[in-house]
Each structure stands twice: as structure tokens, then as C-alpha cells.
Design a protein around this ligand. Structure first.
Ligand code: UFG
Length: 325
């Protein structure tokens, strides 16, 4: 398996996977409409600027490149926006995934890695959450990804020679240790990015959304995973499929979490800036705690994280933020 087609390879997570694929000697082709991605984030291989809705360009590109496997990142990811504009999410995250799968079926491309999310669980009953927990998304973003997972499950059951891995990402953060790529969204909402931008002076204060949760310090707990460890999970998933592994779903996290207050403390230490923090009311749709049981990924693929260290995650993100200016 040498030739990998990556949709959304110019985005935050996609670009780290493209980097890792290039470093491992894969032949990579990125397909991205640059709606949120950046041309300069693609460190390896060619970039085709194209939309998944453009079926003709998509098919032509696949025919010419003839990939052995596809990694599908291209999607919308903002929970709040998905609530106000659900059709945008179902169209891009579910319908475009279906169209891509159709094109792959036509061309006999049978290995697929899908970016899923912890949002498919909604508010899990047990923490850490395992892959067989009930799926009960509480927003259209999570539902759009859950529906794509269902498409994949049904397709792999129906079609010999089609195998997929769906990776359910927990809270992805951090940046390339060499500071070449990192998160670069117009309106950052994620905690670590938001805290660092506040330290930089882009925002006057950081709000903590809810201090009355049933956790030790009253703030929400999340499982923060460094983006390069997540990238490594994609390479492990490729190896798994290449080795004859059958379709599977894996959680991607470290298996332990940090509270919002703990993250804020680390952000203050790393930046050396005592930025203003305000206790605010809860944000709608936030589960109190979300931590992955990632035992299945480790056991089945041999994935072993290298950066399970909140300080490293925040430091790499900070170096990147400073570079963004
Ligand atoms: N938070 C704050 N202040 C902020 C930003 C975030 O207190 O300015 C809190 C949130 O309320 C939450 C925690 O920090 O408790 C983490 O929030 P993020 O926005 O960083 O991340 P989420 O956990 O909301 O979202 C992540 C992924 C989503 C995915 C979701 C699954 O980014 O794509 O997990 O629940 F859908």
C-alpha cells in the first residue's frame, strides 16, 4: 500500500497526517477546497484544489492517481454552527462522504480511513468510554458523523473487498514539534487555542464555561491528544488494513483527562502570561467528562503514543501561535 489519497489534507489534522505519510515514504495526494485549510500546510505530495461536490473532478483525480487507500478528513467541525445550520453539516459530512464512497466503489478502491469523533457518544454513561457504548449524539455535527459511520458499516458488510477504520477523535490539540504546521482557523473556539490567543492579547479574557459540573474542580474534563499522536494512529490504521485487518472503529485519546482549570493553569505556566479568566455559565451541549478508552486501538494496531504530556501539547501549540503572529 503506497498511494494514499487524502481529502482535507490541507486542514489541521489532515496536514499532520500528510506530513507523517510523507516521512514514511508514502506517495500522497491531497484533495482540499481550502475552505478552512491552507495551501502551505501541505508538506508532502501534490495538492488538488477541489470540492467533494465536484464529482467529475473527484473521479478524474482518483482515476489518475489510483490510490491504494483513502483517508477522509474533509468535513465541517463546529458544533455550534451545526446546531444553527444542520443541513450544511449533513450535506458536507454525510452526503459528501456518500458521494466519495460511491466514487471509490466505482473504481474498486477498498481501503478507507474515516475521521470520526467522540461527539458520536453524546453524554456517555461510563467514563472512560469504549467503542461499544451507545451512540447518542447531542448535536447535528455528531449525528452527521454517526450517519457516515453507519454508511461505512453497511457498505463493508455488503461489499467484499471494502474495509474501513473509523477513528473517533477526542480533543485534538498541539502542533508540529518543528513548528511548520498547526491549527489555523479563523474563529478558534477550542479551549487550548483560545487560552493561548488570550495570552497573546487577541482576546481580553478567557471564559470558563461552567464551574458547577460534578467533577473535582467543577469544570469539564477532556482527553487532550497531541495531533502527531493522532496522525500516528492513522498510519497504524493503514498498517492494520494492509495487514488484512477487517473493518474496525477505534477511539483515539490517551485514556485520562484534564479539567478546564488544569488546562488554563498549564497555559499560564507555558506562556508566562497571567491572563484574565472569568467564570461563565455552561456552554450548551458540553458533556461533563469525555475520556477515551483507547485500549482497542493499542491492542489491535500497536499504536503507542509519544506525547502524552499536556505541557508538551500546550508548548507546541504556543510556539505555533507565536508564529501565526
Ligand atoms: N471551554 C471553555 N472556554 C473556552 C473554550 C472551551 O471553558 O473558551 C471548555 C468547554 O466548555 C469544554 C472544554 O473547554 O468543557 C473543551 O472545549 P473545546 O471547545 O476545546 O472542545 P470540545 O470538547 O467541546 O470539542 C471536542 C471537539 C469536537 C467534538 C467534541 C466531542 O473539538 O469536534 O470534542 O464532544 F465534537
Amino acid at each position: 500500500m503506497k498511494r494514499i489519497f487524502v481529502t482535507g489534507g490541507a486542514g489541521y489534522i489532515g496536514s499532520h497526517v500528510v506530513k507523517a505519510l510523507g516521512e514514511r515514504g508514502y506517495d500522497v495526494l491531497t484533495y482540499d477546497n481550502l475552505s478552512t485549510g491552507h495551501r502551505e500546510a501541505v508538506l508532502h505530495g501534490e495538492l488538488i484544489i477541489g470540492d467533494l461536490e465536484d464529482g467529475a473532478l473527484l473521479r478524474r483525480t482518483l482515476e489518475q492517481f489510483r490510490p491504494d487507500a483513502v483517508i477522509h478528513f474533509a468535513a465541517h467541525i463546529e458544533v455550534a454552527e451545526s446546531v444553527s445550520n444542520p443541513l450544511k453539516y449533513y450535506r458536507n459530512n454525510t452526503l459528501n462522504a456518500l458521494n466519495l464512497l460511491d466514487a471509490l466503489r466505482e473504481q474498486g478502491i477498498g481501503r478507507f480511513i474515516f475521521s470520526s469523533t467522540a461527539a458520536v457518544y453524546g453524554i456517555p454513561e461510563h467514563i472512560p468510554v469504549t467503542e461499544d457504548a451507545p451512540l447518542a449524539p447531542i448535536n447535528p455535527y455528531g449525528a452527521s458523523k454517526m450517519m457516515s459511520e453507519r454508511l461505512l458499516a453497511d457498505l463493508s458488510a455488503a461489499q467484499d473487498g471494502f474495509d474501513y477504520v473509523a477513528l473517533r477523535y477526542f480533543n485534538v490539540a498541539g502542533a508540529d514539534a518543528q513548528n511548520r504546521i498547526g491549527q489555523n482557523y479563523r474563529n478558534a473556539t477550542h479551549l487550548i487555542t483560545r487560552a493561548l490567543k488570550t495570552a497573546k492579547g487577541e482576546y481580553p479574557k478567557l471564559q470558563i464555561f461552567g464551574c458547577d459540573y460534578p467533577t473535582d474542580d467543577g469544570t469539564c474534563i477532556r482527553d487532550y491528544i497531541h495531533v502527531d499522536d493522532l496522525a500516528a494512529a492513522h498510519l497504524a490504521a493503514l498498517d492494520y488494513l494492509a495487514g488484512g485487518g477487517t473493518s474496525a472503529i477505534f477511539n483515539c485519546g490517551y485514556g485520562h483527562g484534564y479539567s478546564v482549570r488544569e488546562v488554563v493553569d498549564v497555559a499560564k505556566q507555558v506562556t508566562g502570561v497571567d491572563f484574565t479568566v472569568e467564570e461563565a455559565s455552561r456552554r450548551a451541549g458540553d458533556p461533563p467528562a469525555l475520556v477515551a478508552d483507547s485500549g482497542k486501538l493499542r491492542e489491535r494496531t500497536g499504536w503507542a503514543p509519544q506525547h502524552d504530556d499536556l505541557d508538551f501539547i500546550v508548548r507546541t501549540a504556543w510556539e505555533w501561535e507565536k508564529r501565526l503572529g
